[in-house]
Design a binder for this molecule. Structure first.
Ligand SMILES: [Mg+2]
Length: 288
């Protein structure tokens, strides 16, 4: 791949038409990647950001809105009653990690049609709002010049990712986006190693990210326990787990492998996963 393959992404969310606020329009200079070749003597240092339930709070209940849409999709597309739809949805989620994967494998569902009726149909406007505080914090982190790139990494399809970022007013702060491509089969998403390798390749063009020390310099923030553990296992040196809910935090601390992944849980050991309870605390745990 060459740098010329990267096309900038611009997107104006029609639901925000007329908004003059910075960041409501999207401009990602390197689009879906790749970024320009790095100087091999100086590997890129990238901050990778998850989007859903990470750059906005889980308490927006977007996840629940999505579950309702998925349930309706199972009912309508497979002609199931509520109970059958619920069972199948749960089974596919357990078996494949994504309900969609089960639908594509077993029912030849068109993944992009599904996406249009589920993710793209969510009423995000009613729950996601311009987040000036988050915007200001991300700008402060950028201004430290510790990072060469800010990169979004999501398990959603691109449309949803761009909509979310525009509603939050963060559309001009990232260099690019890696999304989960529902049009491919099988679907590759976090926490699969293949997905990590895919976005690492796109952001470390001429520097092999497997070179010792390169992954140690990278930053990754996500609200999903399996995703942060996967990043940590792969060798990311700076993994941050956003744990919003108290109940989830308590459960996490009780796990037998807590110390292995999180140390004593006070973020003192920078070789372990760091925990933030509010995304606005990100700035305080990024170290030097
Ligand atoms: Mg997430």
């Amino acid at each position: 791949m060459t740098a010329s393959e990267a096309k900038p992404i611009t997107y104006a969310n029609p639901e925000l038409a007329g908004s003059e606020k910075p960041g409501t329009s999207i401009h990602l200079p390197y689009g879906f990647g790749p970024i320009p070749p790095a100087d091999s003597s100086k590997p890129n240092k990238v901050f990778y950001f998850d989007i859903d339930n990470c750059l906005y709070q889980r308490s927006t209940r977007i996840h629940d809105m999505m579950q309702d849409k998925i349930h309706q999709y199972f009912k309508d597309s497979l002609q199931l009653d509520d109970e059958e739809a619920h069972k199948l949805h749960i089974n596919y989620y357990r078996e494949y990690g994504l309900a969609l994967e089960g639908l594509v494998r077993n029912h030849q569902v068109d993944a992009l049609e599904y996406n249009a009726q589920v993710d793209d149909a969510l009423d995000l406007k009613s729950v996601l709002h311009y987040n000036q505080q988050l915007r200001d914090m991300l700008i402060r982190i950028k201004e430290t010049h510790k990072f060469d790139y800010f990169w979004l990494v999501t398990n959603a399809y691109k449309n949803h990712a761009l909509r979310v970022i525009s509603f939050l007013g963060l559309g001009d702060l990232f260099d690019g986006l890696t999304f989960c491509d529902y049009s491919k089969f099988p679907i590759i998403c976090k926490p699969m190693n293949e997905y990590f390798f895919h976005f690492l390749d796109l952001t470390h063009t001429s520097t092999n990210f497997r070179t010792p020390g390169v992954l140690k310099q990278q930053y990754f923030v996500d609200d999903s326990e399996i995703n942060v553990k996967a990043a940590h296992r792969l060798g990311f040196g700076n993994v941050i787990h956003y744990v919003e809910l108290e109940e989830e935090y308590k459960k996490l601390k009780q796990k037998v492998d807590f110390e292995e992944f999180y140390g004593s849980g006070d973020n003192a050991d920078l070789s372990k996963i760091r925990i933030v309870r509010d995304i606005l605390d990100l700035e305080s745990v990024i170290g030097n």
